[in-house]
Design a protein around this ligand. Structure first.
Ligand code: HEM
Ligand SMILES: [Cu+2]
Length: 577
């Protein structure tokens, strides 16, 4: 038995080595079976998987809508659908991808699964609330679905007034759906913040917190603070349509620009709800596959919080052409540039982590490189859009469409794919095919750039966004983009296929296939119902690759009836025998 000599104010902890079983008998997947057990589970891992299933379903739906749009744009005039249908498809594509895929994807699906494990907890702080959040998401989704079959929606995902107060399509169903969905996001954020504060295993001080947790923490703060504003906005819009109140519609004495302020006060921070959790994944994957301590731990951790903060100050950059005062636009332009600083700090530290690392190019790492490349393009073009004079020309063109796809798909989605491949063995206990993983990553990369790079050029030349027809000179760009979208779709379809295939045919993963130092890898794969069959004790940080593995496999030898009251183990010396 080993003893951890703690230097701090508390008593010595009796610590024992716990080596995770490589082929566990009891796991969360065998613990309770059957549909009902899944639907009523309070296990964060199963809830995470249910979110993952729901997100994948919506991603497929949103993706098929996107392919329909790209197919229609093959020719300058009508290709196969009517203009009105086109408007509805791009609206639903945008709304589904933003609200039902990107916002919940990393925090609610992967985060739910991995967060309690990374802090060494048995579950999130409020497991029932976690299940409730999932059902609130489902109810919100049902409302949106009703709109789909009931006249559709053609306002664009931004619901700009006064059009959204006058169109005959189903605005109310979708705004109510988004309103309901917002609560899911707020409750998940609250749950995560409480879990991170209260349920950390002994030894996990703030400076030993995985960067993924810092990222989810920053995200949760944005979710809790920004989402209520969206809720109020869509509620006001709903009331305006229902009761003819004059809040946003000038015909009734309202102010449409007020709507834009409200909407972007949420939706700009929301882009960080989408990307910041992605940053967390990148830090985890990059260290594991470089076998190196992260460069600039605090810089990365605190820059997530800085982005969360600055993110609240820049919403006006969406409204440079909406008639803001010259002073306001100038201030917003300046503040927008500030976002580039913490973002740049992250990129710099990741690259510095790679430097002289022992890099292993597994599929998750391939996605990290794709992320670094695509997200940097997305971020730089964001800065260009943030410069007032350039944006007057570029606003509402395909340049903006390309920018946000580079950050949202090239950033968030690539990070999600990195994380999904990274934690797949932990979640399922199975390995997927590395060869197919690489093939599809390459297809995704090529397809993505073919789709969106030409859109920068078109946009800069004046092709407006959300248009059904276009002038002939843009045909080659649009056609390249359409071909690219099919390549991209193929790459993603292959991913779906080999991941599912691995569930039946995949090799057993073992507890720690990547030889990572992260705490979640000290559980079995798939994990036990309570994640660990002991209370883990942490003495080294999650990126201490210079320390031997045994020193990461520690737990309390005597069980303490709560979980981890003694969280202030600061530094300790371990002797194993
Ligand atoms: C360095 C960071 C970033 C900067 C400086 C930036 C800047 C901007 C600016 C100025 C616009 C307005 C362009 C216009 O409409 O004329 C814009 C649009 C947009 N950005 Fe970013 N951005 C950044 C990162 C992100 C990220 C990380 C995401 C999402 C993950 C994102 C998503 C969007 C979206 C969705 C729009 C378009 C909204 C719409 O009109 O439909 N951006 N960005
Ligand atoms: Cu913005």
């Amino acid at each position: 038995m080993a003893t951890a000599e703690v230097s701090s104010n508390i008593k010595k902890l009796q610590v024992k080595r716990f080596k995770p079983a490589e082929d566990p008998k009891n796991t969360y997947l065998t613990d309770e079976k059957g549909l009902w057990a899944w639907l009523t589970t309070v296990d964060h891992k199963k809830i995470g998987l249910m979110y993952l299933g729901a997100v994948a379903f919506f991603f497929l739906l949103g993706g098929l809508l996107a392919l329909a749009l790209r197919t229609e744009l093959w020719t300058p005039a009508k290709t196969f659908i009517e203009a009105d249908t086109y408007n509805q498809i791009f609206t639903l594509h945008g709304a589904i991808m933003v609200f039902f895929v990107l916002v919940p994807s990393i925090p609610a699906a992967l985060g739910n699964f991995i967060l309690p494990m990374q802090v060494g907890a048995k579950d999130v702080a409020f497991p029932r609330l976690n299940l409730a959040s999932f059902y609130i998401y489902v109810i919100g989704a049902i409302f949106t679905f009703i709109a789909l079959f009931n006249n559709g929606l053609d306002t664009g995902w931004t619901f700009y007034t006064p059009y959204s107060t006058t169109t005959t399509t189903s605005v109310i169903w979708v705004t109510l759906g988004v309103f309901i969905l917002g609560f899911s996001s707020i409750l998940t954020g609250t749950n995560f913040i409480t879990t991170i504060h209260k349920l950390r295993a002994p030894g996990i001080t703030w400076s030993k917190l995985p960067l993924n947790i810092w990222a989810l923490y920053a995200t949760s703060i944005i979710q809790v603070l920004a989402t209520p504003v969206l809720a109020i906005t869509v509620l006001l819009l709903t009331m305006e349509r229902f009761m003819g109140l004059g809040i946003f519609d000038p015909a009734n004495g309202g102010d449409p620009v007020l709507f834009q302020h409200f909407f972007w006060f949420y939706s700009h921070p929301a882009v960080y709800i989408m990307i910041v959790p992605g940053f967390g994944i990148i830090s985890e994957v990059i260290t594991t596959f470089s076998k190196k301590h992260i460069f600039g731990y605090w810089a990365i951790a605190l820059s997530s919080l800085a982005i969360a903060f600055i993110g609240f100050l820049v919403w006006g950059h969406h409204m440079f052409t909406s008639g803001q005062s010259a002073v306001a636009t100038t201030v917003f332009s300046f503040l927008t540039f500030l976002v580039g600083i913490p973002t740049g700090i992250k990129i710099l530290n990741w690259v510095a982590t790679l430097y002289k690392g022992s890099i292993e190019m597994k599929t998750p790492m391939l996605y990290v490189f794709i992320f670094l490349f695509l997200f940097s393009i997305g971020g730089f073009t964001g800065i260009m859009l943030g410069s007032l004079s350039a944006d007057i020309h570029l606003h509402d063109t395909y340049y903006v469409v390309a920018h946000f796809h580079y950050v949202m798909m090239g950033g968030t989605l690539m990070a999600l794919l990195a994380g999904l491949h990274y934690w797949w063995p932990k979640m399922t206990g199975k390995m997927y095919s590395e060869v197919w993983g690489k093939i599809s990553a390459v297809l995704v990369f090529i397809g993505f750039n073919l789709t969106f790079l030409p859109q920068f050029v078109m946009g800069a030349q004046g092709m407006p966004r959300r248009y059904y027809n276009y002038i002939d000179q843009f045909t080659p760009f649009h056609q390249t983009s359409t071909i690219g979208s099919y390549v991209l779709g193929l790459g993603l379809f292959i991913t779906l296929f080999y991941l599912l295939h691995s569930l039946w045919r995949g090799k057993k993963a073992g507890s720690n296939p990547w030889n990572s130092r992260g705490l979640e890898w000290q559980a079995t794969s798939p994990p036990d119902f309570h994640n660990f069959d002991h209370t883990p004790v942490v003495i080294h940080g999650p990126y201490d690759y210079h320390k031997p593995m045994e020193e990461f496999q520690l737990g309390l030898a005597v069980s303490h009836n709560g979980h981890g009251e003694e969280t202030d183990v600061k530094e300790s010396k371990v002797t194993t025998n």
